[in-house]
Design a protein around this ligand. Structure first.
Ligand code: DX5
Ligand code: ZN
Length: 230
């Protein structure tokens, strides 16, 4: 397979995001450390137990960073809030297959806003459930959850790497993002299986040397080797 350029999307769920000083430092740090996106975990306390923030927070983030906002909606009825997140400046908008009444309509609604479409599957959801949407070209990024959605710092569920491989086998072009439980150890297997985007909360924000960790998550693929020189 052609070497892929791996992008890294640090999840600010791993920091005290309600503290402006902490948030601004984290955003500056990840940008300096050559992260590609900011991963923004929206939780409504219904689709998952925890509650984080809503579109107003995304609006605020937009003014604080130059990085693209990779917004992961862990909410019930995502259709109802797509307009809000589009207006707030989401660059990538991911909805959960399990939360959609009609995923086809939801994905169309997102792409009509000229936003990159993401479709996430929780650990228990088989790849076959979303195959049609991939075939129909409705999904830009498939987000494979490596943990049960709802919290950072959980252990990676091993079968998730096989799901990445299964998607890559079905579709050579779609972007695959892995979210949850990624470590420096399992990242290389995930890259081999066909991942394009690596989300990481604890591995990045607990790192002593964030730049080195992000570089190692990207791996040593041909393009990354060249890009890392600059
Ligand atoms: C889990 C979130 C993830 C999580 C990643 O519901 O979607 O983005 O914050 O954190 P780590 O990398 O610590 O598993
Ligand atoms: Zn996430």
């Amino acid at each position: 397979m052609t070497p892929r350029l791996i992008k890294v999307s640090p999840s600010i769920l791993a920091i005290d995001y309600n503290n402006d000083e902490v948030l601004e430092k984290a955003l500056a740090d990840i940008e300096k450390a050559k992260a590609n996106y900011v991963h923004v975990d929206v939780m409504d306390g219904k689709f998952v137990k925890n509650k984080t923030f809503d579109h107003k927070f995304v609006d605020k983030l937009k003014d604080k960073t130059n990085l693209m906002l990779d917004v992961h909606l862990m909410v019930e009825n995502p259709d109802a809030v797509i307009d809000d997140y589009a207006n707030a400046g989401a660059d990538i908008l991911t909805v959960h297959y399990e939360a959609c009444k009609d995923a086809r309509a939801t994905l169309k609604k997102i792409s009509d806003k000229n936003i990159v479409t993401g479709l996430a599957i929780s650990p228990k959801t088989p790849v076959l459930k979303i195959k049609d949407y991939l075939d129909e070209g409705l999904v830009d990024i498939v987000v494979v959850m490596g943990v049960k959605p709802g919290a950072c710092g959980q252990a990676f569920i091993p079968g998730s790497a096989e799901k990445v491989a299964e998607i890559r086998e079905l579709n050579k072009k779609v972007y695959i993002e892995i979210d949850g439980g990624v470590t420096l150890k399992n990242a290389s297997l995930l890259r081999k299986m066909g991942v394009n985007i690596i989300v990481s909360g604890s591995t990045i924000f607990n790192a002593k040397n964030m730049k080195k960790v992000i570089k190692n998550l990207k791996g040593r693929g041909f393009f990354n080797k060249i890009i890392n020189k600059f």
